[in-house]
Design a protein around this ligand. Sequence first.
Ligand code: NIG
Ligand code: FE
Length: 403
Amino acid sequence: MPERPLADLILRDARVVTQEPRSGVIERGWIAARAGRIVGLGTGEPRVRGSARAVERRVRGRVVIPGLVDPHTHLLYAGRRYEEFVERRAGTPYLEILKRGGGIHRTVAQTRAASDAALARLLRERIARAAAQGTTTLEIKSGYGLAVEEELRQLRIIDRVRAEAPIDIVTTYLALHALPVGADRAAFVAAAGRAVATVAREKLAERVDAFVDEAVFSVSDAGVVFRAARRAGLAVVLHADQFNDTGGAALAARSHALSADHLAAASDRGLAAMAGAGTVAVLLPGSALIVGYTPPDATRFRKAGVRMALATDQNPGTSPLEGMPTAIALGVNLCGMRPDEALTAATRNAAAALGRERVSGSLRIGKRADLVVLDTDDERDLAYRVGARLIREVYAAGRRVAG
Ligand code: NIG
Ligand code: FE
């Protein structure tokens, strides 16, 4: 009989929701990790040997799920936008505020004015708050610089904070977020395209993103930075069809983007193209709720056969909400996902949206030991008991980071 593997963390007597088609849900389950990796899981008595300093936790009556994955945030920013929030709730459209130099531009001014140290502190706090809500893999975009040097400064701050973060951080260069007031479009897009090579050389981001919508950037603008990304070996993702269908979903599919995000106004053809290309649809119900537009409808994505992920889109404008449990609750109650679909969207499919499916997003031997213990015996509570404090313990690569 092969020797039992050594483990330094064992969670046992739990309902283990693996997000793996083969293992499914394990009742009276255990899961064990060593040096940050999952070394075993099963039902009944753990078939591992505890190391001398092993932590063994009995979590009877509770659920263990994979660490939550938030594949779309704009966490590096300074300041708040309460006035715009109130104005939008009173009926002024988001894109109108942006056009007249508010919205994103306001955050750009505040972020540019903040010191490296202040931004790093804000970022560390936000990462800790995300981890406390169960997030163990977190995407962070730049995008509040709108000038190459400033974008690079922001990416370098993210990079420094990432290096000591307790959870896995995936960085994205949001090359085209808004056109600075009075700037020349072609020159701005070209400069962003050139910056992609620097970002890649300095290893400041893994992915390149653009915001394609009416009165923002076009499919052909995004093509410029996407081609630069391809040359530099970076992946691409897209803010696509959030307010209007301007062909973002189809562009994402053609460009083999890892994900296209938002998609509330995407056409069926666009969604079908994404399904064909294997591009993940990242739904961001928080921004639909907070801005007040019609949320993306899960039925359409399901019908098209696109993989659905969920994210917070945490940012000071469209989606100041925090935490993946909120995104899961909105995915179900606003977009019409099933609770099991929403959990997959927040774990396995979200990891796929980040190109991280091999390392995280589900519980399998060899994957990183990113685990969340829920304070409930039914994971559907994440969608059902909206607002309940359900995140009890959070482990990132086998280390307890919250709870
Ligand atoms: O994902 N739509 C573009 N970007 C963000 C909002 C950024 C902001 O308003 O500050 C989004 O919704
Ligand atoms: Fe966004």
